[in-house]
Design a protein around this ligand. Sequence first.
Ligand SMILES: Cc1cc2nc3c(=O)[nH]c(=O)nc-3n(C[C@H](O)[C@H](O)[C@H](O)COP(=O)(O)O)c2cc1C
Length: 224
Amino acid sequence: MTTMNVYDAVTTRRAVRGFTDQPIPQPALERVLSAAAWSPSGSNLQPWHTYVVTGAPLAELKKRVGERLAAEDSWDEPQYEMYPPELKSPYRERRSAFGTQRYGALGISREDVEARQRAAADNWACFGAPAALFCYIDRDMGRPQWSDVGMYLQTVMLLLRAEGLHSCTQMAWAKFHKTVAQVLSPPSELILFCGMSIGFEDPTIIHPRTGRAPLDETVSFVSG
Ligand SMILES: Cc1cc2nc3c(=O)[nH]c(=O)nc-3n(C[C@H](O)[C@H](O)[C@H](O)COP(=O)(O)O)c2cc1C
């Protein structure tokens, strides 16, 4: 483990979509998840339920989802809404800019739906990562608890940086939540929020840095 300045952890974390197959030492994963357990949550509910999957079960999961993709199986019925049905401004423009950047970097045009689908399918191969984390939440939980889970996941991602690891959080896994459940057998009251691929970055893959809105679009300093 290295120590890492918090600012460095925050600014070097990004959604990495290309990993080597170098295995992750189990103690590193245990350190990260033990420390991430200190994430805050309203009334200390700690509403996250985490599964870390490696080795044969992960290979099995990738295989099963791969078969569904090959069969052009439809996605599982959603357990939550990923985005509002009508994404308004400025979110719509931000999503579109993200899509242009992500697929542009892969040399895929906006019109090439098939190539976009192929690139999206890399999600379910964990972008080559040797480990995946699946984060569940009890279906009874409300928005504040979902926000707790978000804070927890960011804490996991930052701690991964301190271990020299990278990650990509993926709601894409929720589209195949039934297959994930077949492999993980979570209790029936849990719903799958997202997966997260974890591993060492493949340095041969070029990742453009995503941008952010200017500070005054998202932050208002109200001072006297
Ligand atoms: C909750 C959540 C779900 C996400 N789902 C996916 C996903 O399914 N596939 C993917 O490639 N990236 C996914 N991302 C990564 C985002 O696209 C990424 O965080 C965003 O574009 C900002 O880029 P950066 O993380 O590299 O700074 C997700 C991120 C979050 C926080």
